[in-house]
Design a protein around this ligand. Sequence first.
Ligand SMILES: Cc1ncc(COP(=O)(O)O)c(C=O)c1O
Length: 396
Amino acid sequence: MTAPVSHVMNTYGRLPFALSHGRGCRVWDTDGREYLDALGGIAVNTLGHAHPKLVPALQDQVAKLIHCSNYYQMPMQESLAATLCELSGLSSAFFCSTGLEANEGALKIARKYGHDKGIDRPEVIVYEKAFHGRSIATLSATGNEKVQKGFEPLVEGFVRVPLNDLSAVEHVARTNPNVVAVFLETIQGEGGINPTRVDILQGLRKICDEKNWLLMLDEVQCGIGRTGKWFAHQWAGITPDVMPLAKGLGSGVPVGAVVVGERAKNVFGPGNHGTTFGGNPLSMRAGIETLRIMREDGLMENAAAMGERLVAGLKRELAHLPGYVEIRGQGLMIGMELARPCGVLLGRAAEAGLLISVTADNVVRLLPPLVITAAEVDEIVARLAPLVKSFLAEQA
Ligand SMILES: Cc1ncc(COP(=O)(O)O)c(C=O)c1O
């Protein structure tokens, strides 16, 4: 039988099934097969699926007002911005819909900040293995040639350094007067779950203060409680100047935000930035309810505890095996590096009723909803460990 012609552009490698509905950390496909969701829509489904508190709130909002444009006052933008500022110690927020859009906003802030200081060709320090999105500017900031290939010429104005190398940044600080900002993921996601060390984050904060640069931390994947704190940089006791957010903020409804502190809060004025869907009532309600439910239900504490349990379980089963390299990450942002490419595990896990991802070719990535229970964590270990064991044995 020939496959039916698809009219959807061919940009994703997809597994051969479609999901129809979910509940908590379980999802079912259109043939009725059940899966345990250890991917959470790539760190998006903070509250899992069909959360009993989120669903009625969104239904209520859909029935009242989905969208109205930014021509009017937006009380729910005020409310979500106030909560994000309270949680982060920052001062104001701009709302958009996706991660790349939040990062575009951050990069525009950096450039305008430079121009306001009289720097005509502002430059931004970015990182090897970084991922910031797939628009022309954000793919230029991304440190992955596969993402960039075919889309040259790249946007100029980026200086690239290795992760966790403060001396490389110090060298740029001494030699390049055009630099205005440092832009990095607090924990690299697509690049293989690579955390920026606490001392490096503190060092970057210090350099940015000395040089009057913006410290811009992309928390699109690692933010919103996933690591066990509201924002991953809070483990280092620092505050950035600019923080792009998205993914988990709306628990599945597209919401992005650029949250900024005192140094950046007056960079944009009327007419400098905007987006049609950004901050619309449905997305704001999703953000407000997500943060409210997370607080009410102690989901950050759950992320920290369940993350520890998951890492301990996987280590217990796998750490002694040849071909296992290490487990990295924090809370429910976990990457297990194997010694060789393991993309095949994606399909095998799905066949075993488990949704995961593989990133950077050889890192099994787990980003489950923050509502996950201890029993479900144990089930992830019970389903994943045998697959990894037999995969590693194949190589031997
Ligand atoms: C750290 C980071 N920044 C930005 C993005 C881009 O987000 P979006 O796909 O919503 O544009 C991603 C997506 O994976 C990400 O992980």
